[in-house]
Design a protein around this ligand. Sequence first.
Ligand code: NAP
Length: 265
Amino acid sequence: MGFLVGKRVLIAGIASNRSIAFGIAQAMRREGAELALTYQNDRLRGRVEKIAKQLDSSIVVPCDVSTDEAIEACFDELGKHWDGLDSIVHSIAFAPKEQLEGSIVDNTTREGSIIAHDISSYSFLAMARYGRQLMQGRNGSLLTLSYLGAVAAVPNYNVMGMAKASLEAAVRLMAYDLGPEGTRVNAISAGPIRTLAAAGIGDFRKMLDHVEANAPLRRNVTIEEVGNMAAFLCSDLASGITGEITYVDAGYNIVGMSGYGNDEA
Ligand code: NAP
């Protein structure tokens, strides 16, 4: 029997079958969870509905996280299907493409910074607020996706690094706030994976090559590997874990002297 049998999980952020959220949904379904999926707008609705079918899910609700009204409506709609919710997976980030290249000092605009923080960080907290009622009394958990750029300078990641730092702080603050009611809050910091969102980051190919050459495991990670950690963190097996940022990155984050030993000289 799977370790998520009896759990109801809302997953936000599936854009394609390459999305990290798709890897998470697959792992959670394999372990027996019932899933509901969100889509941002009508452009993606059909695609997400098709993916939902593959995951035996019939609950597909709109949720553009750029407004509180849409997030509230998403949970109102979900409440018509389910009388309780065990987990929310937030696998969403966005910054205008021109913000994700070159000099952070020269290229970051006030508007770009507001958008990056709003969609990539604040929206996690807003989902927690509107989902809170449905999660009462279930010892549930919230999960979001971060990246090393939150804690280290990564070329081209720029304002998204600031947004991810804010997101990781939110994980700790939300864990502290929701802990007394039994709800856990965690993040996975994933290594680079080729997805639609990643395509917006300048020189992304170089990031993949660099990790492959320098991570202890000498390779990149897959959405399946991130999915397995997500399934674990949202299960009762992780009942003592909250406020954590867990790396699934082939060990890249622990390397202090990247490139050492790779030179021919
Ligand atoms: P992805 O497949 O492109 O997923 C990003 C998702 O965010 C898409 O479903 C996108 O929907 C959604 N989104 C953007 N703006 C939204 C909005 N206003 N309302 C609702 N949804 C919105 O890319 P991904 O790489 O799997 O990204 C998922 C998460 O993993 C992100 O937080 C990302 O920063 C994080 N992450 C990615 C990597 C990586 O290398 N890929 C590494 C570490 C962490 P639309 O397509 O409709 O815009």
